[in-house]
Design a protein around this ligand. Structure first.
Ligand code: SF4
Length: 376
């Protein structure tokens, strides 16, 4: 039997990626509430289509680890119910947190009662976000898909209760649980900022989520499902979709995946109409934005009503130092590419785990504006 040789100091990501591949989530074929992000993707899962792409995101993996730590701490300190399973014939899910009210808590054995109860039974979903997405979280709140997912969890709990399975039989005995509140807790995975969004459970939204599922269930094949995103390199969800190749096909070398949607002149005609129609509002909005940017050029950073103005950029610009890189290649016994190719040399040094020597260009980066929503 051959055994894989692991170098003495492997990248820790090799372990994380292997462990991630064994997570039950990664192997599931039944539709889960967290799969309700894209109709086409949900249809691939429902029809048992084999995955066509192996995807692993370090950033998402960090999010998963942070998520586990947060829910475990909430269980230990507040006694909240975490990672509890709910299911009906159409869908299943694992709820991050259920915070019970006093009355429901009293129906449970003392060991399962929360130390911190809620005024009303609350279903909570935790979302970790990068700092790049944080302003969107504060400004626009949850996405449709996030609200759909958490309403499905709450609806399953309201109609079926906790699933009757090992590890939560006592909870299942509660029967349907009267969830009245939805909570989305956002945590920034770069700096730990926290933002809580709470709304009453909305039966109308839960029904819409059920219709969404019915539409997927009515598809005859995955291709009947609507693509809810615009594909690789435009929407990150497609970059990490295990069905991306099945969904978009394989484009001609060097062409983007979206080119596979053009089959004939009619498709070109429609794409041109879309382009022209989108251009007008885009150009007008850009003029408004450029005008506002010019007006703001002399304004001081600070809070102005609902927004905070920040200035950035104007940093010294550095670039890889070719002479020092060649020296470093020599010292490390690395082969210098035949033609000096900065990008390739940088890549080789990084792969060898060596620092890339940089030199000051004497230039500065452009001044950048950043407008973030104000928070008390
Ligand atoms: S690649 Fe994008 S559009 Fe296609 S199924 Fe996946 S998420 Fe949906």
């Amino acid at each position: 039997m051959s055994t894989a040789v692991i170098p003495s100091s492997p990248s820790i990501w090799a372990a994380v990626e292997a462990a991630d591949g064994r997570r039950p989530r990664s192997l599931q074929t039944q539709l889960g509430a967290s799969d309700t992000v894209c109709e086409r993707r949900a249809a691939y899962i429902l029809h048992g289509h084999p995955k066509t792409d192996t995807v692993f995101s370090r950033s998402a993996a960090l999010g998963t680890m942070a998520h586990e730590g947060l829910t475990k701490a909430a269980k230990a300190e507040f006694g909240w119910l975490i990672e509890r399973k709910v299911a009906d014939p159409a869908i299943r899910g694992s709820i991050d947190i259920v915070q019970l009210d006093e009355a429901t808590a009293k129906r449970l054995p003392a060991r399962l009662r929360p130390k911190v109860t809620a005024d009303v039974v609350t279903v909570e979903d935790i979302k970790t976000k990068t700092v790049w997405k944080w302003d969107d979280v504060l400004r626009y709140g949850p996405t449709e898909a996030e609200l759909r997912q958490v309403h499905l969890y709450a609806d399953l709990l309201r109609t079926e209760g906790f699933e009757d399975r090992t590890g939560q039989r006592v909870l299942a005995r509660l029967g349907p649980v009267g969830v009245q509140q939805i909570r989305l807790r956002y945590v920034c995975r770069d700096n730990g900022d926290e933002h809580v969004y709470e709304i009453p459970f909305d039966p109308q939204r839960a029904e819409e989520a059920r219709w969404w599922l019915t539409r997927v269930a009515e598809t005859k094949s995955p291709e009947d499902g609507r693509r809810d995103f615009m594909g690789p390199n435009l929407d990150a969800v497609c970059d990490f979709c295990p069905f991306a190749t099945a969904c978009w096909g394989i484009p001609a070398p060097g062409r983007p995946a979206q080119t596979t949607l053009i089959h004939d002149d009619k498709d070109v005609e429609q794409a041109l109409i879309d382009y022209v129609e989108a251009h007008k509002p885009f150009a007008e909005a850009k003029r408004v934005k450029d005008f506002a940017r010019k007006k703001l050029d002399g304004s001081k950073a600070g809070r102005y009503g609902p927004n905070v103005l920040k200035w950035g950029g104007e940093n010294p610009l550095e670039e890889p130092d070719l002479a020092k890189m060649i020296e470093l290649f020599d010292d490390a016994g690395l082969k210098v590419p035949q033609t000096e190719d900065l990008a390739r040399m940088v890549k080789i040094l990084k792969a060898a785990g060596l620092p890339v020597p940089m030199r000051d260009t004497g230039r500065s980066s452009a001044r950048t504006i950043r407008i973030v929503p104000y928070r008390e």
